[in-house]
Design a protein around this ligand. Structure first.
Ligand SMILES: *Cc1c(COP(=O)(O)O)cnc(C)c1O
Length: 373
């Protein structure tokens, strides 16, 4: 056989099985016969579909090749540009695949899913601790739904004070979902230009902020990968006019264990568990966008909420000021389990280290890139 160097490697495409098949080939082997032969009843014999005849090795290779077309952590990194992606350890997938979790139906009575409810309750506490916020809802099924939820919370808060307000400040570096979420909620977005250094300046915000403005949406670090250094002053300006500060936390992978969001004046924040807390997300797929709020927004969180009474966990709808339900059940619980497993396996020190390394890597790429031009 003639071979040309460089053309004998992995071949990912194969002809159709019909082209490969050859009459009389058999793709299975049965154990040796240990009972007497019986003639087939003629009624049972019928023409089946026109499947090709293939040998066993053809069948094995065909299905193995198909299985390798699945993209996974064993075949490469997960690419996704705008948010901070990282290595998603396989152990988290394993924990989420435990039969006790995968077999739990959303309509299971509470007595039969105490373990799952406890895990979700604890995850809320961990996320509150990591962000510095007071209360968390895990329900939004993605970052964008988390944003929409937060807009509803802001709207409910202002409405409870007598005026829902009509505008919201959105920096020019914001993710496209930010103004979209605001518009869905009936707010008009007012663009805020970033300063010469690529970050927001308190002066620009002060010029635009007024008492018809519900608040500001800040992404930190912003979409240019820069840390918004003036959030504290900006928050003071927005709060001074009765507005709320909303942080898009999609880039939280740079801040875990380093920045206390409540301390810099954030009232409400969303996380993307599928970005910061270990769920493969490169090609889409299920997500989870928890909202984390300060005390004054807690009464408005979506229902049902997980409550704990005398050591028993249950889902409660008894929150009269709530913005209501976001969907039929409780969100993408598999993603929440992966985040829980990730947080426990990392521990506080390593979550902080993951952030420090993420920042170091981003700056390395930045410096290298600038060196190249
Ligand atoms: C990814 C992202 C979102 C939207 O989150 P989804 O989970 O994709 O809906 C919002 N803001 C920023 C900055 C993001 O990177």
């Amino acid at each position: 056989m003639k071979e040309t160097i460089g053309t004998t490697g992995l071949i990912l495409n194969e002809p159709l099985l019909w082209e490969k098949g050859c009459n009389g080939r058999i793709g299975y082997s049965l154990p040796r016969q240990d009972v007497p032969s019986q003639p087939l009843n003629a009624e049972w014999v019928c023409d089946g579909p026109d499947f090709p005849d293939l040998s066993e090795v053809d069948v094995v290779r065909h299905y193995t090749r198909l299985s390798q077309w699945n993209y996974g952590v064993d075949s490469g990194m997960y690419p996704l540009g705008s948010c901070t992606m990282k290595y998603n350890p396989k152990t988290n997938e394993r924990q989420a695949a435990l039969p006790g979790f995968t077999g739990a139906h959303p309509l299971l009575p509470e007595d039969l899913c105490q373990g799952t409810l406890e895990l979700l309750y604890d995850l809320q506490q961990y996320l509150a601790e990591i962000t510095g916020m007071d209360a968390v809802s895990l329900q939004p099924a993605a970052g964008a739904q988390g944003e929409f939820t937060r807009m509803l919370l802001i709207h409910a808060f202002h409405k409870s004070k007598g005026n829902p307000r009509s505008k919201i400040l959105v920096p020019d570096t914001a993710h496209g979902t930010n103004p979209a979420s605001a518009a869905l909620c009936g707010y008009r977005s007012v663009a805020v230009k970033s300063g010469a250094e690529g970050v927001l300046t308190p002066e620009t915000v002060a010029q635009l902020m007024d008492e018809e403005t519900a608040g500001i949406m800040i992404t930190n670090p912003n979409t240019l990968g820069l840390f918004e250094r003036h959030v504290k002053e900006i928050a003071a300006i927005v709060h001074g006019k009765g507005g709320l500060v909303y942080c898009d936390g999609a880039n939280m992978n740079a801040l875990m264990g380093i920045v206390d969001m409540a301390a810099i004046g954030i009232d409400v924040l969303h996380l993307n568990l599928h970005k910061t807390f270990s769920t493969p997300h490169g090609g889409g797929g299920p997500g989870c966008g928890p909202v984390c709020v300060r005390e004054h927004l807690e009464p408005f969180l979506p229902i049902p909420r997980i409550i704990q009474k005398n050591g028993k966990f249950s889902l409660s709808e008894d929150f009269p000021e709530s913005i209501g339900r976001l969907h039929a059940f409780f969100g993408n619980v598999g993603v929440m389990i992966k985040a829980f497993s990730y947080i426990l396996s990392m521990g506080p020190d390593h979550l902080k280290k993951a952030s420090q390394l993420a920042v170091l890597n981003a700056n390395y790429v930045n410096t290298d890139f600038r060196g190249a031009i």
